[in-house]
Design a protein around this ligand. Sequence first.
Ligand SMILES: Cc1cc2nc3c(=O)[nH]c(=O)nc-3n(C[C@H](O)[C@H](O)[C@H](O)COP(=O)(O)OP(=O)(O)OC[C@H]3O[C@@H](n4cnc5c(N)ncnc54)[C@H](O)[C@@H]3O)c2cc1C
Length: 378
Amino acid sequence: MIFELSEEQRMLKDMARNFAVKEIAPFIDEWEENSRFSRETFRKAASLGMAGMYVPEEYGGSNLNYFMGVMVIEELARSARAMNYLAVHNMVTRQIFLNGTEEQRQKYVLPLAKGDLLASICITEPNAGSDINAMLSYAVRKGDDYILNGTKVFITGGGESDIYTVLCKTDKTKGLNGMSWFILEKGMDGFTFGKPEKKLAFNSVPVCQLFFEDCSVPAANRLGAENEGFKNFVRSINGGRVNVAAEAVGGSQAALDAAVKYAKERVQFGKPISEFQTIQHMLADMATELEAARLLVYQAAYLLDHNLPATKQVSMAKRFATDASMRIATDAVQILGGYGYMKEYQVERYFREAKRAQIVEGTNQVQRNLIARELLRD
Ligand SMILES: Cc1cc2nc3c(=O)[nH]c(=O)nc-3n(C[C@H](O)[C@H](O)[C@H](O)COP(=O)(O)OP(=O)(O)OC[C@H]3O[C@@H](n4cnc5c(N)ncnc54)[C@H](O)[C@@H]3O)c2cc1C
């Protein structure tokens, strides 16, 4: 499969790169240091069409396909992987567009795509991570409302976002076939937030617990049919995974660039360390893994865009690109030696940032389970 970028795709990639270089790179250290999310930067990204990438223009979006979307995410992640929050926002906007009623589209998709509202997705619970069926959050219908009780954990953008799509059980007897989605708004009675978590990285994005205590949600806010929540989740999860894989590719590119630059400049034993074969081989392996990861991501995006079977390739892209990113960031720190360990040289951030992507959107062990399931299918 050969991917040659069109003029339009190159322009989009350049737009995202310029935005990241001017609007993110100069500020990310301060945001990370002070755990500060910049709503202003999100609005600027939205003004360039990056908040509604996957929804049509009539709903305020840019109508990009995944192949183009992953290029945007890759370029943003080269400056800061915290831009994953923007990817999550885009997935929620798309989720409401795909599964929502026309009223929900008008009420939520339009302002989300324009960047007037910001969104989070809420699945994980204290007892239910990889094992979604173990979730305890439960919504019961009462007249024109559902009464929701439960707790979500590790929610990207928790407390900052205005809109939350929440998966919970609506029929406890049906397992995965007894789940539904609801659209919740910050400020609804019975909906509160825990303290922002202290984290390894990703500090410019708040992550916290969500609590629902007899939270009354209008039935008009159910997203999709009752008890079809898990089916809808399975249909959209591949998009989230390919986005995380693209984010990993961007992070890997940043780490490789920093390592190449440093290797050419750092002199030891009277010559640049780039002349040592050991360093050359590390760089060669990093570049090869990065290229393989990028091709897997492009392939997965292409398959999704063409409605072709993609589960195996998406899981391969997510698994490989995020594992490769961890290895590439680790080697970048090694190539910079002691300087690599110091904040001033950025690669320590790339190293810390790499870990999250191996865990979110289905851990890499879960991705291996999915790949094996596809391989062993009759
Ligand atoms: C920074 C961050 C942001 C996040 N943002 C969100 C968000 O916005 N919304 C949201 O809903 N969630 C979010 N999550 C949660 C994330 O999706 C979960 O952490 C992830 O799904 C894993 O669940 P868990 O942490 O409970 O781990 P567990 O499922 O308990 O897994 C623990 C270990 O066991 C392994 N394991 C589990 N089951 C199997 C199996 N069947 N086979 C092999 N190995 C297995 C896992 O791979 C892992 O190594 C976020 C997490 C982080 C760290």
